[in-house]
Design a protein around this ligand. Sequence first.
Ligand code: NAG
Ligand code: NAG
Length: 499
Amino acid sequence: MKAFQSFSVGVLSLAMLVNQALGFTPPPVFENTEVVRVVDITGSYIRETLSLTIKNIGSAPESIYYFALDPENFAKVAVFEGREKGKRSGLLNVNPSEKSDDERNVNFYEIPLLTPLKPNEETVIQLGVAIVNKIYPSPLSAAQTDSQLLAVRDNRFTLSAYPSVSQTLKINTVGLKVNDVSAEGLQEEENARAEDAGEPPYTLEPAVDGKVLTYGPYESVSAYASSMLTVQYEYPRAVVKTAKLERDIWVSHWGASVSFEETYQLHHFGTKLEDNSFSRLDFIRRSQGYNLNTAALKGLEVTLPEGSRNIYFTDLVGNVSTSLIKPSADDNIGLVLKPRYPLFGGWNYNFTIGWSVDLDEYVAQPEPAAEPEKFILRVPLIQGPMEMPYDEVTINIVLPEGATNIDLAALHPSVPEALYITKSYLDFAGRPTLQLVYNNLIDNYKRTSVYVTYNYTKQSAFMKPLIVSGVFGVFFTLALLISKIDIRVSSFKPKAKTN
Ligand SMILES: *[C@@H]1O[C@H](CO)[C@@H](O)[C@H](O)[C@H]1NC(C)=O
Ligand SMILES: *[C@@H]1O[C@H](CO)[C@@H](O)[C@H](O)[C@H]1NC(C)=O
């Protein structure tokens, strides 16, 4: 009976806690003196930069600013970075908040200021935000000879838990047939609304200066103000995303190599062909201006590090021979992937690429003298094409058989991570495998690394030939072993990477 009671009390307090988290309103201790938001829609995902001049209008020092986002945008955030202007280093440890205001339908990012802001003082927060899956074709389909029109729908105000003295929104476009379709014919309605409310009316039509649309400055914007706008624009290039990427990284001390295999499920999310009516003739014929042919994806480029070998590109049918390997910047290798057919809006293409590099490209020994068994692997989180959003990424890091003391450090934490065993042909105990899963990544994360430390002994390295010998016979294996050792001695020079 007692246990039951404490159980129900536990449930009650949990419910109260959840309620508190869902009915959260940030304390009204800040005012935005000035908000300038720049939304860049020149690519296949949205890049926003915000400059928020904030003032403490409370009576005590404050250290957490709550940045509001509507739940749709909140779920589509791929990058959210912040810095405080004029502070050394300045990088802010921003995090999505567990607390939300469900009544107003608002989520938050918590922005802890570097030093508490005193009453009446101001500071400037700069944010960099990338949002995926927000650009859509409008109309959804068109004829092959029509141009691709895309659209973005968003709040003309920067959603905020605090009132703003002034807000400006700028939209950077590629500058082709840009049109605010939400403003058409609505200015009179807005004028009437403003007169009733005793406010100055908002000018719905943006000021256009070259490729930039400017809305505002809007004065005296109340907290949580929202007014949706829709910008439609011609976009001459393909807009593709990777719905799913499986990235496998095999570390082999025995083979002195790190091998990569990546399987992409590519999706073109631009304008679809009307009735799926692809015409080869229309595609070959060169017509004037932009149309769905120009917006079809004809190729992608992936940059591989210098010294990459055993490079392959396959799809459902087999080897794709139309791929091209060319030198790229910084001695890297450019792998140009040409799908078997041009990819139009709404179409999918699955393919796999693979390559290998020397072990010492990514694996080093931090203290070879003191800890000869300790290794550190440092690999880029992703390595795919530029201008690429990813819905879902699964990374499997397959360590050599016998690796122990495995530790992971990823700057971008995965949800969730797991450690399991991969067993492949000729494996004895199987290979410890770290699995990392991510949602909403963009090509930017190429610059992010994953670090794995592990212990690995020479005995483990010799396990392999012992098992192989059981299968193929002693003599064959001995020859193999000797040649492998030769390779290891000459090529395995762990070097400390500086970047
Ligand atoms: C694919 O092409 C590569 C290089 O041309 C070749 O070595 C490999 O055997 C081919 N694989 C298949 C499955 O055809
Ligand atoms: C790509 O792979 C996924 C998962 O295996 C499958 O559901 C989809 O139909 C494939 N798409 C194409 C175009 O082959």
